[in-house]
Each structure stands twice: as C-alpha cells, then as structure tokens.
Design a binder for this molecule. Sequence first.
Ligand SMILES: Cc1cc2nc3c(=O)[nH]c(=O)nc-3n(C[C@H](O)[C@H](O)[C@H](O)COP(=O)(O)OP(=O)(O)OC[C@H]3O[C@@H](n4cnc5c(N)ncnc54)[C@H](O)[C@@H]3O)c2cc1C
Length: 566
Amino acid sequence: MIARRLLAPAPGWVRQADIVVVGSGVAGVTAALSAHDALPEKNILLVTKSLLDDGSTRWAQGGIAAALGPGDTPEQHLADTLTAGAGICDVDAVRALVTDGPGAVRRLIALGARFDADAGGVLELTREGGHLRRRIAHAGGDATGAEISRALLRALAEAGAGADEGVGIDVIEHAMSLDLLLTSDSRVAGITLHVIGEGQQDGVGAVHAPAVVLATGGFGHVYSATTNPPVSTGDGVALAMRAGAEVADLEFVQFHPTVLWLGAGATGRQPLISEAVRGEGAFLVDASGRRFMTGRHPLADLAPRDVVAKAIMSAMAQTGTDHVYLDATHLGSAVWDHRFPTIRASCLAHGIDPVRELIPVVPAAHYASGGVKTDLRGRTKVGGLYACGEAACTGVHGANRLASNSLLEGLVFAERIAAHLADGLPSASPPGPDERPPGLLDPATAEQIQQLMTERAGVLRSGPGLTAAADALRKIADLQSAKPSLAAWEATNLHLLASALAATAAIRTETRGSHWREDYPDSSPQWVGHLVATLAPVVDQDQAADDGLSIRFAQPLSDRRGRSDG
Ligand SMILES: Cc1cc2nc3c(=O)[nH]c(=O)nc-3n(C[C@H](O)[C@H](O)[C@H](O)COP(=O)(O)OP(=O)(O)OC[C@H]3O[C@@H](n4cnc5c(N)ncnc54)[C@H](O)[C@@H]3O)c2cc1C
C-alpha cells in the first residue's frame, strides 16, 4: 500500500520562515531572488539537498529558448511548443511562457548571465529540433546551464545569503526536505528537513512557514540510466502527493536518444551528447555500421527525440546489442572545440575522442514533462504550496517538451509565484495533529524499482509490461525499512512516483508524444487531455487494494486570452 503521508521522526529543532523554497536550480533560486525583490522585509529560507549547484540546471547544454531574435515572435514560439506537445499543452500556460519568456531572459542577462554573442553584443541564437526559428540562447558553446547557475548563485550570494535567521534569504545546504507539515484544515504549515551539518540545525527538524515553493527538479532516477544528477529522485513531487496535491502527465517522460554508453549495466547519471551534435551533421549507425535513421523519418537523424529513441531501441534489438554509435568524426576538431568543448571533454574523460572515434550511445531518461499540477501562478491544490521548474506540471509541455523550453519554464513560473506572493502571503497557522502511518521502504528497493521501470515502463511500453510493473511495485511496497535514512526516503519517493507513472501509463491506451505504447501505436482522440493523480486519504487499511491512487482525466485548458489572473 502507498502511504498518503509518512511518519517523520519527531523534529529535534524548529525554526520559522515566511517562505521556504526547496531546491537551488534555476527555478528555486529564481523564486527566492524574485520573492526577496518583491518582499525584502520577509525571511526566505532556501534549502537544498546537496550543494547549491548539484541539480540538473548546471548540466543543461543546448540553451534557453525565447523569442529574442529578429522576426521571431512569442506567437511563433507558442505554435512550435504546441506542435511538440502533441495536442495536450495548456495553451494559457504556453502563452504565459512565451510572452513572459523574453523579459525573463533579459532579466537573467541583467543579473550577470553571459550568453554567447557577437562582437557587437548581439546574441548568437541557434535552432534545435522543433523550433522553426533561431531562438536558443546559449553560453560557453554547450555550457548554458553552468553559466545560468553561476549567475544566479552569485546573485544569491550578493542578496546576502547566509546562515542567519532574520530578514532576507537564508540558505541551508545538505538539507533534504522529507514531508510537508499541514494545518488542521490541510493547508501548508511548513516542512520537515533532514540536515547534515554542524550546529543547532542538524538532524531532523521542522521549519514552520505559511508558504512552501517546491523546486526540486525531475525524477530521472526512477530509471536505471538517466542524464539527471543523483539529487533527481522526485522528492518534491512525492511529498506534494503525500500532502494531498495533484500530479499530472507523469507518463510523459522524455528519453534522450543519445547518452554516452558507459558499459553494460551502467547505472546512475550518464553524460549527454546534445542533439546539437546531430544538428551539426553527426549521424547514428548500428553495430554493423548501417545508418538506420535514413528513410525512417523525413528529418532522418534530426527526427523528434522520441522517434530517434524508439529507432535506437529497434536497431539494438535487431543487432542484439545494448548500444548504437554516433559518428561525428567528420566535424573535425575545430567544430568540436568551438561548439562542443564540454561534450568532447566528457567523452575524453571516458576514453573516447569523438574527433577520431565513434561515440557509443544509448537512450536514457532525461526530462519529466509531468509533476505537481499548478495553475498559472504556480499554486497547487494544497493552500500555501507552490511548485515550479521540472517538479511542476504547468501544462506547458503537454506530451513532449520542446527542446530548451525547460530552463525558460523554471525562470518564468518562479517569477510568477513571487509576483503572486507579493500580493499577500497566506496566513500562518501551526501544524495540526499528525496521524501519519509509517512506511519508509528499504533503500535496497531503489535499484529494483529502477530496473523494473527501465524494463517495463521505459522507452517502449505495453499493457502486459505495465501490469507486471504495477504488480511488482505492489510487492516492493511491503519491504519496509525499520530505520529512517535519507536513502530510505529517496527509495520511498521513487516508489510512489514509479507507481503513479506505471498506473497512468497503463491507463493511457494510445501513443502520444513521449509515451509509446507498442500495443496502441496510434494517438486516440479519446485521450486528448491529462491524467491527474492523487493519493486518496488512507481511511483504513482495507484501501490497500487500489494502491491509494486515484486518477482522473482532465481536458487541456483552452486559450482564454486576456483573462485577468494570467
Ligand atoms: C544533461 C541535461 C541537459 C539539459 N539540457 C537542457 C537545455 O539545453 N535546455 C533546457 O531548457 N533544459 C535542459 N535540461 C533540462 C533542465 O536542465 C532542467 O529541466 C532544469 O534545469 C530544471 O531546473 P529546476 O530548478 O526545476 O531543477 P534542478 O536544477 O534539478 O534543481 C533541483 C534542486 O532541488 C534540490 N532537491 C531535490 N530534492 C530535494 C529535497 N528533498 N530537499 C531539498 N532539496 C531538494 C536539488 O538538490 C536541486 O538543488 C537538461 C537537463 C539535463 C539533465
């Protein structure tokens, strides 16, 4: 059975804040800085599970999309985003993204982010798959995320980030959020943390606050191989579910087709070989040297990511191998060193020189289009709880994220949350009585969950495979660990996300965007909409039969131009 909420150990310390921001990627730091700008007299506490720059943000390569170039318009960016989203983007959310986007990128530049530009300071905008215009701003060639992270963290330091309580932004690293504290009428009262540090706030403690912003990133580690860093275990999405929030679109996981193959059975974070390398002319070949994308799609090697990932899976099955190759030798060292210095260094670190050798590649989990369901101000169903960045489902991505829209989404919706909070913070109330059933899983279950999800709910899915995954996940739910630990919390969070993902993937009997069903190869008009999941309150132990999950179908939000809550 999936517990709605878990038993956190009694807090050893308690502190107060006006706003807690969880996560220090593009979304979390932007939320904290923007809230501080709007509410300088308030105390904002930013907590992060590891070091400040340990999220996905600093690994982003390609760039950030916004209609900044001559002749480009937000309308065209909107049209490309809707096409990629395969019919189920929420148009209002996309409109907010593309309209606010150029200003948000300009504010990032004003903050100190240095994007690649010509001698006159004009941004070098590039194109990526699905964009009909040059609108991708990049930095350091292929190190955009690192530059954005650097600029944001420097601004955070300048905003007076320190360890002291009081007015301004306080930061605590190595602080893993465990669960939300709720008032007796189910609004946010704060959050429990496990802090590894020294001093008074070590071990498990509680922060009482009327507003919590979740910016905990994605959940690539539901799968064995992922481009995501180790912190991406979906904690924020899981703890939001346990508090009663809705999650949407979990079944739409984008698998990046070209991730460096690190050997049979390699698990954890794998280095990404950006699509831009294929954009420069690299092509895929199978183990026998055959170019398998030619003739398969009009765009051949530059077909949409999900099409390429599926073709790679077929090529591997046909040749009985566990990887294919990317041939980029003809680009030469000049192109490699100017455009892709980080990727070349990453290949060299694994003994492959892409100027002379084929790069072994394999698909891996890359981006979660779904997450905690929010409105256009980042509000969730739980009063006082907000979400932004990859942890959120704003409705922007639909069934498939358009390349380089995710950094932009983190910026834009974090700013929108801050603007909303500036209109008035929710009122503070103490946490209500806690009647949570215990239920942390054995940390060893994480690997079982990852293998299961990779085999049964990965790039290719089928009804029997998803049913088998759900059955196995139910059995794993019984392997409870007596001892709370950070690894036990992560395993428990992965299990909850895997269960909800497998359930929604089984229900969606069609192929759409990044969700591929071998038994339902076509899209169906019946499924033009979102699957929204919640954990029903556990009233008694007999509810175990349905895993405690409740799933409903919701139509995509239509375009309602000019509405006032934009
Ligand atoms: C290799 C790679 C390349 C990419 N390239 C691009 C690109 O070119 N363009 C683009 O737009 N997108 C790209 N993406 C996607 C993009 O980087 C992410 O979607 C985006 O950075 C997510 O930002 P975020 O702030 O939501 O989360 P993250 O940057 O992942 O930050 C999450 C934060 O939450 C913290 N956290 C997690 N759990 C907890 C917890 N329990 N308690 C406390 N803190 C917690 C983490 O430590 C981290 O600080 C790429 C992603 C990867 C992995």
